[in-house]
Design a protein around this ligand. Structure first.
Ligand SMILES: [Zn+2]
Length: 472
């Protein structure tokens, strides 16, 4: 067999957590792993997302690990710029990507309208208006490129390369990608690595022994509480607020975290660990996302199968739960007196209906605001976590009299111990090198040290646009 030139390089999620775009080039064939959107300051994200330093038309195929926006959000940009190949993913990932891309197109359009209004109002500020990255039609055109395939089924995106998806246990449909090149070498990509015992999902799998591994390190320097505590913690919060006659307000990401909360609350109701109170899921996107979960029971773990699917029960449907899509219904929640759980978006409490619920409930000391997700800097969610006593919502000041409780057990990313335990299961003598991506610089530096300490041969923090040769 003749020699092949195989290289690995990244155009995103290098020393940062957004914009995942990694590439394995095998002679002339280019396989792209993920196609995430850069998020951050408007101007910078505009430049990073649009100024691609490669030609999308030259990419042979894209393998999508999961539907999260920072992994899938730039797919329509690729298609608009000439990518003509297949996008391979599991079918649940395809469905999640579908609602994420359409939602993003809508937000971009709203964003432009907002800026346009502002520019008209303040013509002397010289605001720059930029066209959206893509519109709804572009998102739908992108969906036409998807080819879905289940876990553990061989497929061949380019000649000589056999690929398999393995369950990453991170969100519904999430996959790790194992590329088998000529039955001679294997390159693995972790995607986002999940955790053991997450509700609904199976535990992260192990790929076959690898020669190279591209590994995420979001929490490369952090430890979480075990997930088992999430259920207990949530029950405590609900019971405490209930005794005070208060409400529990939970800002939550619409995909995965919201369904985990619904699922755990359902179990708590079944076990009579929490009182019989209404649980509102107030977000049209969360309602849509939950319907995707319902049609993908093939992605559920054994516990979910045993408790629900095998006895023909819906994990996401029970007496106390009320899904709210329309604005009118959403406003009616304000009239509800007495205890209730309200789950709403956005996850970091920056925009969306959660702001109305916070505004209406934050000054009442009987209420609890439960924090169950990562809150980035400069977000309202972060200010709540940091214990601000006064916050602004829609330009008006409110006293934070409600109890703010952070539940640390909720996280869909492995922490550094979990990553180490997962890596240890591979034949470390065979594993030539690990490339670290998808993490802030400090997290990756710390994770690098940890991985070397368990005997990994070589750990490289992938640099933006640096090309690394892989031994064939
Ligand atoms: Zn993710």
């Amino acid at each position: 067999m003749e020699n092949k030139d195989i290289t690995f390089y990244s155009h995103g999620a290098c020393n940062e957590v957004t914009g995942s775009k990694h590439f394995i080039k095998i002679d002339k064939d280019i396989i792209q792993l993920d196609c995430g959107m850069f998020q951050g300051r408007r101007k910078e994200s505009y430049r990073k997302n649009l100024e691609l330093n490669f030609s999308p038309a030259e990419v042979s195929a894209i393998l999508l690990s999961h539907g999260h926006f920072d992994h899938s959000g730039a797919l329509p940009i690729m298609v608009k710029k000439g990518f003509g190949g297949n996008i391979y993913s599991t079918s649940a990932t395809r469905d999640i990507a579908n609602i994420i891309l359409l939602d993003s197109a809508y937000i971009q359009q709203k964003d432009l309208e907002y800026l346009q209004k502002k520019a008209n109002k303040y013509p002397d500020r010289g605001l720059t208006l930029r066209a959206p990255f893509y519109n709804s039609q572009d998102a739908l055109d992108t969906m036409g490129h998807f080819v879905t395939i289940n876990y553990h089924r061989d497929f061949s995106p380019v000649p000589g390369v056999k690929v398999n998806f393995f369950d990453a246990g991170h969100i519904l449909g999430s996959a790790m990608v194992c590329l088998n090149i000529d039955d001679k070498m294997k390159v693995g990509f972790s995607g986002d690595l999940g955790r053991k015992k997450l509700p609904i999902l199976r535990d992260p799998e192990i790929m076959p022994d690898l020669d190279y591994l591209v590994l995420e390190g979001t929490y490369g320097n952090r430890l979480h509480d075990t997930y088992g505590m999430a259920k207990e913690d949530l029950a405590k919060v609900v019971n405490r607020a209930y005794k005070r006659g208060g409400k529990i307000i939970i800002p939550a990401f619409t995909i995965e975290r919201t369904q985990e909360l619904i699922y755990i609350l359902h179990l708590l109701v079944m076990d009579q660990k929490i009182p019989d109170i209404p649980i509102y899921v107030d977000s049209p996107m969360a309602v849509n996302a939950t319907s995707i979960f319902k049609i993908h029971p093939e992605c559920f773990d054994k516990e979910t199968f045993d408790n629900f699917i095998s006895v023909n029960l819906d994990p996401f449907g029970f007496n106390q739960i009320r899904y709210v899509s329309s604005v009118r219904e959403s406003k009616k929640i304000n009239e509800h007196t007495g205890p209730a759980v309200i789950i709403s978006a956005s996850g970091m409490a920056e925009v969306g209906r959660i702001l109305h619920h916070l505004r209406n409930n934050i000054e009442n000391p009987a209420n609890i605001i439960a924090i169950v997700g990562f809150m980035a800097e400069h977000t309202l969610g972060r200010r709540l976590v940091e214990g601000f006593k006064e916050i602004k919502i829609f330009g008006k000041k409110y006293r934070v009299n409600a109890e703010v409780k952070t539940l640390n057990a909720f996280s869909a990313h492995a922490d550094y111990n979990e990553i180490k335990e997962w890596v240890k299961q591979y034949d470390l003598k065979k594993l030539k090198k690990i490339f670290l991506v998808h993490g802030e610089k400090e997290a990756l530096l710390s994770l690098r040290k940890e991985l070397l300490s368990i005997g990994v041969n070589d750990v490289k923090i992938a640099g933006y646009d640096n090309t690394y040769e892989l031994e064939y």
